[in-house]
Design a protein around this ligand. Structure first.
Ligand code: SF4
Length: 495
């Protein structure tokens, strides 16, 4: 805790630490809460043992996420017993689902903040408040270009949330219950935020939302995401622009053309399909068919031959038969995605699919997951092997966390946190620095990663910008997030 003098009074500003769990959308919420605190001169710390107030921004999407959230809350509660922590705040999706239960069952929790109440973080961390009452869910919230954010990503990369909530009726998904109806940020607000981020030194922007392809519909924009990509693509110093979470039947010709014709747009399509059997898709209330999906993928590949295609699938949905699963395998073999994550169905009690007949046992679902992953591993290995010998642009991310002998980076086709990586074991010219865009020769390939030697030439000039205040970086993730050991580096389905 530190003392701030002002207007003749001493204000004691608690030191705040935060753990952010779940997806990048939740990470942006964490960054907003940290920004609100930093603007009020709260000191932020990445060390739980130093914090006066600990905030856990939770994920409550499916069982493993809920378990991780509860474990983290209990772990942080230990610091109230043994460290300086005096207050424990729980925020995020778990609060939206279990607001009352959290306060009832975990007495160490002092305050809860729902996903629409980010600004209450000041009240939660302020010394005068003693709120253990749950409060009522607030009106839908969406941050804007003037909302302060403390970026928890590396200095060269940032997410922008362009929309919140979802109007799709997917039967397995509880996100609309937690995040509310779909709503877009104003077009100008997103553009201003992107420009400001680039002024701060960000060179890679990833647009996120539950369904980015619906961006702008509620504002009366036609092909809003395509227009946004074209507009953001004009920001001179931005190098890579990528959007995640495309809903399959919302991918328009205009969007494909915008990605194809915008040089800064990564040729990367992230389209969570969730399944390929017509019967399962119908049960999921997503509709469509493998034939339609294959036509869509062919259209993207025809327009952009080097496009990277990513998807995620759910196995073990109620009623999924062996022949449904075989249809999924056949589809994955035909589609040849560059990246594919496979997740186990989680039977969530408030989802529409909860309790549907034909529940698939965990053993069968895991076996299907392994089988689909084995197929995808072969596809990925073959595709990456074909890249060996090529000279490609690489974004350097820093030294490898595993060994000081390696640097690591990413290709245009590798989105942050989700995909594989480039292991850099040699370089010509200057020692690589995080945020460098360098040419590299790929020298080896593995299942999901590639090995490269950096060339001396840069792909995009490193622009001198005011360095980010080191005291305000790397503040979240006191411990690493849950990871899957398989192909997808995300443990949770990406919806
Ligand atoms: S799975 Fe995705 S598209 Fe479907 S309801 Fe959930 S968030 Fe919306």
């Amino acid at each position: 805790m530190r003392c701030r003098r002002g207007l003749g009074v001493n204000l004691y500003m608690p030191k705040v630490g935060m753990v952010s769990l779940g997806c990048p959308k939740n990470l942006v919420d964490s960054e907003v809460m940290l920004g609100i605190l930093a603007r009020q001169s709260y000191e932020l710390t990445p060390h739980a043992e130093e914090a006066d107030v600990l905030i856990v921004n939770t994920c409550g999407f499916i069982d493993p996420a809920k378990r991780e959230s509860i474990d983290t809350i209990l772990e942080m509660a230990e610091y109230k017993k043994s460290g300086p922590a005096k207050r424990l705040v729980v925020a995020g999706c778990l609060v939206e689902r279990y607001r009352h239960e959290i306060l009832k069952e975990i007495p160490e929790v002092d305050f809860v903040i729902g996903t629409n109440e980010l600004e209450r973080v000041l009240e939660a961390c302020g010394g005068e408040s003693e709120r253990r009452t749950p409060g009522e869910p607030a009106a839908p919230y969406l941050y804007h270009e003037f909302t302060p954010r403390v970026l928890a990503t590396p200095a060269h990369s940032a997410y922008i949330k362009i929309a919140e909530g979802c109007d799709h009726p997917c039967s397995f998904c509880v996100i609309p219950q937690m995040r509310g109806r779909f709503r877009s940020r104003r077009f100008e607000s997103v553009v201003r935020e992107a420009e400001n981020l680039v002024l701060q030194g960000v060179r890679e922007i990833t647009l996120i939302g539950q369904d980015t392809t619906s961006y702008g519909e509620d504002l009366g924009l036609r092909d809003g995401l395509a227009t946004l990509i074209r507009e953001l693509g004009k920001i001179p110093e931005l190098v890579w622009l990528r959007a995640l979470y495309y809903y399959p039947n919302r991918i328009t010709d205009g969007l494909i053309r915008a990605v194809a014709e915008t040089p800064r747009a990564c040729k990367y399509f992230d389209i969570p399909l969730q399944h390929a059997s017509g019967a399962v898709l119908k049960g999921m209330r997503r509709g469509s068919s493998s034939e339609h999906f294959l036509r869509m993928l062919a259209k993207i590949r025809a327009a952009i031959p080097n496009a990277t295609l990513r998807t995620s699938m759910i196995v073990g949905f109620p009623g999924e038969t062996e022949s449904d699963f075989q249809a999924l395998l056949d589809f994955a073999a035909a589609a040849e995605f560059d990246r594919l994550g496979v997740f186990l169905y989680s039977n969530e009690e408030t989802s529409a699919s909860f309790g549907l007949p034909g529940q698939v046992s965990a053993r069968v679902a895991r076996a299907r997951q392994r089988k689909l992953m084995a197929l995808q591993r072969r596809i990925s290995r073959r595709k990456l092997r074909a890249l060996v010998g090529r000279s490609v642009p690489v974004l350097v991310e820093g030294r490898s966390p595993e060994t000081d002998l390696l640097f690591r980076g990413r290709l245009e086709s590798q989105a942050p946190e989700i995909d594989g990586q480039v292991l850099i074991n040699d370089f010509d010219g200057a020692e690589p620095k995080p945020g460098d865009f360098r040419w590299a020769t790929l020298t080896e390939s593995h299942d999901y990663d590639v090995v490269a030697r950096l060339e001396s030439g840069t792909f995009a000039a490193r622009v001198a910008t005011a360095p980010r205040d080191p005291a305000l970086s790397a503040l979240v993730q006191i411990h690493p997030p849950l990871r899957d050991t398989q192909e997808s580096r995300h443990a949770l389905p990406r919806v």
